[in-house]
Write a protein that binds this ligand. Structure first.
Ligand code: PNS
Length: 167
C-alpha cells in the first residue's frame, strides 16, 4: 500500500521526522510530498525543502520525497496510486484545520483514507513557524528542533553569500 504524507515542511522539523519514521513502518511506500499552501508564504524554496527531507530520510528505504505544486492533493494522490494520506496532529488547532481538509478531501476522493498520527510528547510544541522565527532572529536555538540537514544548508547558503559579497 502507498501512503502520502503531504505538508509545507517549511522547514522539516523533528516532529515531522518522527511522524515519517512511525508511518513508514505501515506502508510499502511512504511518499513525503512537499505541497503548496496558498495561505502560507514560505522561507525555503520547494527544491531546498525536498533536498532537506531527502537527506534527513535517506536511512528509511521505503520513503520517497517529491513535490506537488499546482495540483490538488487528491489528484496527486490518484496519480501516484496512493490509498492513504498521513497527517500529524499536535493540538486542537491542528485538528480544526485537518478536520476541514479531511472532509473536503473525502468529498473529492471518497476512496482515499486519511490516517492521523498523534505527535509524541517531545514534539508537541515543535512548529515550523517558530523554527522560522528563530532563524530570522539569528538564534541557533532552532537546531534543537530540526534535523541537522537544515543547519548544513543554511551554513552553505551563508558561506556562498559571503563569497559573493567578497568578489
Ligand atoms: O503543512 P501544511 O501547510 O498544513 O500543508 C498543507 C498542504 C500542502 C498539505 C495543503 O495545503 C494541501 O493539500 N495543498 C494542496 C492543494 C489542495 O489540495 N488543497 C485543498 C485541501 S482541502
Amino acid at each position: 500500500m502507498i501512503a502520502i504524507y503531504p505538508g509545507s515542511f517549511d522547514p522539516l522539523t523533528d516532529g515531522h521526522l518522527n511522524i515519517i519514521q512511525r508511518a513508514a513502518r505501515f506502508f510499502h511506500e511512504l511518499i513525503v510530498a512537499v505541497g503548496y499552501n496558498p495561505r502560507k508564504r514560505t522561507m525555503f524554496s520547494v527544491e531546498d525543502r525536498v533536498r532537506i527531507i531527502r537527506a534527513a530520510t535517506a536511512h528509511i528505504p521505503n520513503v520517497r520525497v517529491e513535490s506537488f505544486t499546482g495540483e490538488l492533493l487528491v489528484n496527486y494522490a490518484r496519480r501516484r496510486g496512493a490509498q492513504v494520506i498521513v497527517k500529524g496532529l499536535r493540538n486542537v488547532d491542528d485538528f480544526r484545520n485537518e478536520f476541514q481538509q479531511y472532509n473536503m478531501n473525502s468529498r473529492l476522493a471518497p476512496g482515499l483514507e486519511t490516517l492521523f498520527f498523534l505527535a509524541d510528547s517531545e514534539e508537541l510544541f515543535v512548529s515550523s513557524s517558530l523554527v522560522r522565527e528563530m532563524i530570522v532572529q539569528n538564534s541557533r536555538d532552532y537546531t534543537l528542533f530540526v534535523p541537522v540537514e537544515i543547519e548544513t544548508l543554511l551554513a552553505e547558503e551563508s558561506g556562498s553569500s559571503e563569497k559573493a559579497g567578497r568578489s
